[in-house]
Design a protein around this ligand. Structure first.
Ligand code: PEP
Ligand code: MG
Length: 926
């Protein structure tokens, strides 16, 4: 049987079904579903995503030849169902042509409305509706949209014509234009189409339809859609479907309207009232474009909106009444549909509707995009309401989304003191402070320089997507809560204040004005996306409180996850934060970070600067006679005393570090890694620093400089680091282990685990382990206390992974250091690969940056091999991961699936890892 490319819906039945999302796209499948549910959906048909894929493989012409018969049949059926005729009177059928991929990509692809209008059908429409102004307005919108989307013309080609008519007629708003004005606009539009494209505006509706469908398929690969898919990691889709649907008109008079609504509040997740906006006598894009101020659906919402915007009740009632007040019967019908849709889809819905002459039509429903805050609350509420199971509730919150919740909000006192510039709409919650920029490009450039910026736009459009991603917060002068800026910012989890109407932006002068204050590019402002406040200057931020629904969802995550979650923390403060976020111990305590603290760096430098000399002289002393030995002893005296002095200075400091951490951990385990980085990282490379060390050690500056230079390495990451340090300077290992052991004696119940870094050969571990055990024994003897300290290693050198069976003989635990394992396994420098890895990802050589998301096919195989080999030797060996990947959801899932015991990640990623681990466990059950 030949493939079916076109699926009809409407008139209470549908050819498609709920399971066909990949084929029909999100919009298409839900239209089919709603029609089947008996909801008032204007009939239409969906051309499949598979057709889009063929569009790109076979080419447009071949695809169109292939689907022509099906399109003909679907159109005939549509005409029959609607009792209208495409391209002819007396009742012309007009259609919308819209995109709709399996994953929603709001505003990224193209749409054409009012398709089927030409000079002939326009006349028939006038006769039919008796509303010439509405028909003319629809016609000019159609020419503008088709010209832009299909014929590649610019918006301003049309805007200029519209403005010229307004100017000559002295009209201000589009709605002020009368029939004659609109006729003039249409004339000018047609002329500009001819002038710019060299062709007449197409009048044949079939030509309009084919070209419209072609443009929508083509928009799948426009730059902003590609960028959106990259940013949201949307892959392996077939393309977009095309939905051709009978037009209904929200702009056919004052008994008509159009709106967008969410069944629950997409910002907070609240379920107090039906949350949404509408406009009387308007078409869908008017609500989203933010040209007019949208009104609220419910009276309660309207009152809340008026209070937040300082709008008096008189003005609210007369100028911005709710749908509940203006069209109570339609509101009641819509409210009932809200309930039905939520129960049917068992999730918060984002719906689009149109009211044509008092009749309600549903144009779309989909699972609504929401902030992380809302996602958590909605998942929790739906579970308590009995609509979804516990496991579903866990799966409803994307681990990555939690990032938004874990980020700071404004310090109350600091916010109170800040000067308020204006109040806009609280479009996407959170707090942002940054320097003002006025273009997406400027925001991207600032990000590259590491600056935090607020992107200020009159309104945003999908072209701004890169800048919206790059900035810390978004401020728009126009646009409601469902404007492009608001929807996209919420999806990104980015703080956004929209519709700040007091702001007047001057792009040419790179500044905005608000109540006589001029803010120029580069000045600091702050946004509160939860209240809509815009402040002058910087405002301090604080960590958010994680309670209520968040805690409950995390409890559920813990109930279902099968893997432990620890944290990478080097200080008691970090450990405390991580424990608050649910960490079950420290999986990686990098001791070197402690060496930079306070004035201990001087002791560390002293140690390093003499260590080599001490080692060399000791070596020489082994092979000399008594006389020479005496000379060498004299020579070694000072460096050796400085070496020992440095170790003696560091010991109590390290011990103090560990006692602090053990206390913070309160009995939770703590994997402490011995010194790891290349020594030169600690050395002073500036003259001032070298002078200080010269004074401290009684050396010349030239000597210090010489020593620093001699420690320089060409490949430090492959150089004298990790356990190699402990092998050449065993006293450093001894000092660290003594500090750990003495701290463990001091803090009752502490559970240290000592981890040897960068082992590639079991003998390295063996040699370090001997020092560790001897030192622990010494401390036990001195203190009379028995210590239980596990000794293990990192697996971060490929040779270690391959010889894991041998290494497991010596190691009680492995922790996969996937940062170094990726570096050495892929051969990419951790420090420099960023310069070209972006190209690799763009060209799909690696799906992701392998330092951010574990390369499962390569590095993952090494880990799997080591897991199996390690367990073969030591069945109860404890296995974890402590590279950056330990907080990446996809990598966490991999770690769960290969049977690691725990993942360890930075404190702020602990909740993400907990949730990702629960997702992995629940998905694995299926
Ligand atoms: C690693 O290599 O993955 C690791 C955790 O150690 P570091 O990043 O400190 O080298
Ligand atoms: Mg490492």
């Amino acid at each position: 049987m030949s493939k079916k490319y076109v699926y009809f819906f409407g008139g209470g039945q549908s050819e498609g079904s709920a399971s066909m999302k990949n084929l029909l796209g999100g919009k298409g499948v839900n239209l089919a579903d709603m029609a089947e549910l008996g909801l008032p959906v204007p009939p239409g048909f969906t051309v499949t995503t598979e057709a889009c894929s063929e569009y790109y493989t076979l080419g447009k012409e071949s695809l169109f030849d292939l689907i022509k018969p099906e399109i003909g049949d679907a159109l005939a059926k549509l005409e029959e169902t609607t009792n209208k005729t495409f391209g002819k009177g007396p009742k012309p059928l007009l259609v919308s042509v819209r995109s709709g991929a399996a994953v929603s990509m709001p505003g990224m692809m193209d749409t054409v409305l009012n398709l089927g209008l030409n000079d002939e059908t326009v006349e028939a429409m006038i006769a039919l509706t008796n509303n010439e102004r509405f028909v003319m307005d629809s016609y000019r919108r159609f020419i503008q949209m088709f010209g832009n989307v299909v014929m590649g013309m610019e918006h301003h080609d049309f805007e200029t014509q519209l403005e010229s008519v307004k100017k000559t007629t002295g009209k201000v708003l589009d709605t002020d234009l009368d029939v004659d004005d609109l006729k003039e606009v249409i004339k000018l539009y047609k002329a500009v189409v001819k002038e710019v494209t060299g062709e007449d505006f197409p009048t044949d509706p079939m030509e309009q339809l084919w070209r419209g469908m072609g443009a929508v398929f083509g928009s799948w690969n426009n730059p902003r859609a590609i960028k959106y898919r990259q940013l949201n990691d949307i892959r392996s889709l077939w393309g977009t479907a095309v939905n051709v649907q009978t037009m209904v008109f929200g702009n056919s008079g004052d008994n008509s309207a159009t709106g967008v609504a969410f069944t629950r509040d997409p910002s907070t997740g609240a379920n107090e009232y039906f949350y949404g906006e509408y406009l009387i006598n308007a078409q869908g894009e008017d609500v989203v474009a933010g040209i007019r101020t949208p009104q609220q659906i419910t009276k309660a919402g309207s009152l809340a909106w008026a209070a937040s915007q300082d709008v008096s009740e008189d003005v609210r009632k007369s100028e911005y009444p709710s749908l509940e007040e203006t069209m109570p019967a339609v509101f009641a019908e819509l409210d009932a549909i809200r309930d039905k849709l939520e129960k049917h889809y068992r999730d918060m819905q984002d719906i689009e509707f149109t009211i044509e002459n008092g009749t309600l039509y549903m144009l779309q429903t989909r699972n609504g995009k929401r902030t992380a805050h809302a996602a958590v609350k909605i998942a929790y509420d739906l579970e308590t309401e009995g609509l979804i199971s516990e496991k579903e509730a866990v799966l409803r919150v994307e681990p990555k989304q939690l990032d938004q919740l874990l980020h700071p909000v404004f310090v109350k006192e600091s916010e109170v003191e800040a000067k308020t510039l204006t109040i806009g709409l609280p479009a996407s919650p959170g707090a942002a402070t940054g320097q003002v920029v006025f273009s997406a490009d400027a925001a991207e450039a600032a990000k590259a320089e590491g600056r935090s910026v607020i992107l200020c736009r009159v309104e945003t459009s999908p072209e701004d997507i890169g800048g919206m991603d790059a900035c810390s917060g978004i401020l728009t002068a126009r646009g409601g809560m469902t404007s492009h800026a608001a929807v996209v910012a919420r999806g990104m989890g980015k703080c956004c204040v929209s519709g700040a109407g007091d702001i007047s932006i001057d792009y040419k002068a790179n500044q905005f004005t608000v109540n006589d204050t001029v803010i120029k590019e580069g000045e600091w402002i702050s946004l509160n996306g939860s209240t809509g406040a815009v402040y002058l200057g910087k405002v301090d931020t604080v960590d958010p409180a994680l309670e209520g629904a968040f805690g409950s969802i995390m409890e559920l995550a813990d109930k279902y996850r099968k893997i432990g979650v620890r944290t990478n923390a080097d200080t008691p403060k970090d450990a405390e934060v991580a424990i608050k976020f649910g960490a079950e111990g420290i999986g990686l305590c990098r001791t070197e970070h402690m060496f930079f603290e306070g004035d201990r760096i001087t002791s560390v430098r002293k140690l390093i600067l003499v260590a080599e000399e001490v080692k060399e002289l000791r070596k020489q002393m082994r092979y000399v006679d008594v006389k020479e030995k005496a000379a060498l002893e004299a020579k070694i005296a000072i460096p050796l005393s400085q070496y020992n002095e440095a170790l003696t200075e560091l010991l109590p400091l390290q011990k103090e570090d560990f006692t602090g951490i053990f206390k913070a951990l309160n009995g939770l385990p703590c994997t402490i890694r011995l010194l790891d980085p290349p020594l030169h990282e600690f050395l002073p490379h500036d003259v001032k620093g070298q002078q200080e060390m010269a004074t401290e050690m009684g050396l010349t500056v030239a000597k210090v400089k010489h020593l620093v230079d001699s420690l320089h390495e060409f490949n430090p990451m492959l150089g004298h680091r990790g356990c190699r340090l402990g092998i050449t300077y065993p006293e450093v290992t001894q000092m660290q282990v003594r500090a750990i052991a003495e701290a463990a004696v001091e803090v009752e119940g502490s559970k240290p685990e000592i981890m040897v870094p960068l082992v590639g050969n079991v003998k390295e571990l063996e040699s370090q382990k001997k020092i560790i055990i001897d030192t622990i024994k010494d401390v036990e003897k001195e203190t009379g206390k028995k210590l239980d300290i596990k000794i293990g290693t990192m697996i971060e050198v490929p040779r270690a992974a391959i010889t894991a069976d041998e290494i497991a003989e010596q190691a009680e635990f492995f922790s996969f250091g996937t940062n170094d394992l990726t570096q050495m396994g892929c051969g990419f420098s951790r420090d420099d690969a960023g310069k070209f890895l972006g190209d690799y990802v763009e060209k799909d050589i690696y799906e992701h940056d392998p330092f951010a998301v574990l390369d499962q096919k390569g590095i993952g195989k090494l880990i799997q091999y080591a897991v199996e080999a390690g367990r073969k030797t030591r069945p109860n060996i404890k296995l974890g991961i402590c590279g950056e990947h330990g907080g990446d959801p996809a990598s966490v899932e991999f770690c769960c699936n290969i049977g690691l015991d725990y993942v360890s990640c930075s404190p702020y990623r602990v909740p993400i890892a907990r949730l990702a681990a629960a997702h992995a466990a629940i998905k694995a059950e299926k």
